[in-house]
Design a protein around this ligand. Sequence first.
Ligand code: LLP
Length: 472
Amino acid sequence: MVSTQSVGVESGLKYLSESQDALQSRSPNQELLPLTASVKSRDRLEIGGCEVTALVEQFGSPLYILDEETLRAACTQYRDAFKRYYPGSSQVLYASKAWSCLAVCAIAASEGLGIDVVSAGEIHTALQAGVNPDKIYFHGNNKSPEEIQLAVESGCAIVADNWLDLETLAELGKLDVSSKTGGPIRVMVRFTPGIECHTHDYIKTGQIDSKFGFDPNSLDEVFKFISQQPSLFCVGVHAHIGSQIFELQPHDDLADIIIQALTKALSYDLPATEINIGGGLGIRYTEADDPPSIEDWARTICTAVVAACERQQLPLPKLLCEPGRSLVGTACVTAYTVGSKKVIPEIRTYLAVDGGMSDNPRPITYQSVYRVLAASKMSAALTETVTVAGKHCESGDILIKDAKLPNCESGDVLVVPATGAYNYSMASNYNRVPRPAAVLVKNGEVNTIIERETYQDLLRFDRLPVGLRVQK
Ligand code: LLP
């Protein structure tokens, strides 16, 4: 792998990892590019042993390129760290909202992870991917009765977020709906832990003023209600503080709060033996981002939970967590092809690509900052400062402001790293742009995991009203 460059000349090579550690021991969330990223011949970026430009030639552009090794490394690091640092039993769930599709769910499950789902669509995806329903946990602040019924009938656990969830579950319990699976209805109680953390306002969830979870002051009432429902089996409590978090302290603080909630559940004689501390570990989108490693995150949580249990003199509960971004985020890059170039002398150069806010809505939604590389000019000096614009009819559709790139022209392939989480899952068809394909790469082999949408797909649900004639 080429990982050095001439002194004083910056090139795209600077984005490759400088770590000499073995691939599997690097924490993916601390890297900018997938673990297998390299530049071997012809100055071209390779992911999973495949040249990005060759993938674009074969599968079209834009293209999500998912590196299997990076995804698996993140799964095993989470799983193994919880085994190493937690003396009780543990279960890592993949928060599939980050990227819900058959392949990602199946890979996570094959590494022993369960799945966190938030809609009937995500439940179907996880089930179709072959995930054991015992390991599927159904979240959501406004689950429909049909969604709850599907989850219960399939044997998933329900994370009760509010009174409506509990009332619906109690009704289903009376109807003996759970009999299809034979087991009782497993319920976790989600509450807001009252912890603030430093992240974008839209992705904070732990503060008291949040739409998610029970107010902690109502927990007595909640546990009492559940204890009066013979069909509901309260397996534990859940809290999640937010997303893209770089601090460890809020997670440390959470341990005592969640163990106190568990103690309260036990005081109502509920069979509560699980706690779920949510997800939230941040990833590196730019060199300025410095998240803790998966191992440090897990160690902090495990140590804090063990200490909190000692203080409360409680046997260790089963410890669950549900990361999304830090499992899949770094594993994927998006490749685009450059189209038009607009030079406004002394003001700005816009380089437009063939995707944008429809395949990556994060910059326009959260002002997220990304890096960009020229896939076939990896060692060329970064001489230009350009703004990479999307193709959508919206001035705010800018993917990267003031990006440093070598000189790029129409036809060049650009790569935006760290697009595995909340990109495909939040993609849209704005301007009737078909969603891109996604390929999985490993050791030079490539498989399509999501087909590119066609124009026919875009019209699939359109109907012309009867009798409407279009004058030609
Ligand atoms: N558990 C719960 C209850 C959650 O609400 C979330 C994320 C997670 C787990 C996973 O969090 P993670 O490990 O991925 O940080 N669309 C936003 C992120 C929204 C996060 C929603 N909840 C973004 O693109 O930044």
